[in-house]
Design a protein around this ligand. Structure first.
Ligand code: SF4
Length: 197
């Protein structure tokens, strides 16, 4: 499974390079759109292969098998939704990154989130309502995975309650890990599609 993912990542990097080189030499937006569509197709295939392999592996562990099979089915549905939008000329990306906060409990040197705060001190954070509606819109469009970043995403204590309501989306969390207490551990156990990465 890891080698297949590596292969998919390699292919993605090649597509990105191809897009940039093509743009550099020809400046033709139509070709960029074609390449972007290739990029989406590769991502869609990588997701399908990943979950098929995961399902095969975890079938040996019955307690996990149901979760992976359910997730694989949801991901297939999401890919079909994206394809339907694509047929109507609306490009929906399989992945989304949401920086849910610029706050953090640590103060690392060179932290980009703090740099953002210094440049935009008056910027407001997304409200819980807006964050939930963004995830809901992504779900309706067929987004497969939302990477939750920050700052430190777990300073938003409502975050895992939101993700729990969208079990068909995979939510990797970019976290420093220091806010994972017993409550968060319990929430993560109950909400298998959200996980620290
Ligand atoms: S843990 Fe991350 S977000 Fe927090 S201060 Fe360090 S770099 Fe910034």
């Amino acid at each position: 499974m890891v080698s297949r993912l590596k292969h998919a990542v390699y292919k993605l990097s090649r597509v990105k390079i191809d897009i940039l080189e093509h743009y550099k030499y020809h400046h033709r937006s139509t070709r960029i759109v074609e390449q972007d569509s290739d990029y989406t197709n590769i991502l869609n295939r990588a997701i399908t292969v990943f979950f098929k392999d995961a399902a095969r592996i975890t079938l040996r562990e019955p307690s996990k098998a149901l979760f992976f099979l359910r997730t694989a089915w949801w991901q297939k549905r999401a890919a079909q939704k994206r394809q339907r939008w694509q047929n109507e000329n609306l490009h929906v990306p399989p992945f989304l990154i949401i920086s849910v906060t610029n706050e953090c409990n640590l103060r690392c040197k060179g932290c980009i989130a703090f740099a953002h705060r210094e440049h935009r001190p008056a910027a407001r954070e997304l409200s819980e309502h807006r964050l939930r509606s963004l995830v809901s819109e992504a779900h309706q469009l067929g987004v497969s995975a939302i990477l939750l970043a920050g700052g430190e995403p777990l300073v938003r204590r409502e975050l895992l309650a939101i993700t729990k309501d969208f079990p068909s989306i995979v939510f990797p969390l970019i976290t420093n890990g220091t806010l994972i207490d017993e409550t968060v551990m319990r929430q993560l156990k109950e909400n298998e599609t959200s996980f620290p990465s």
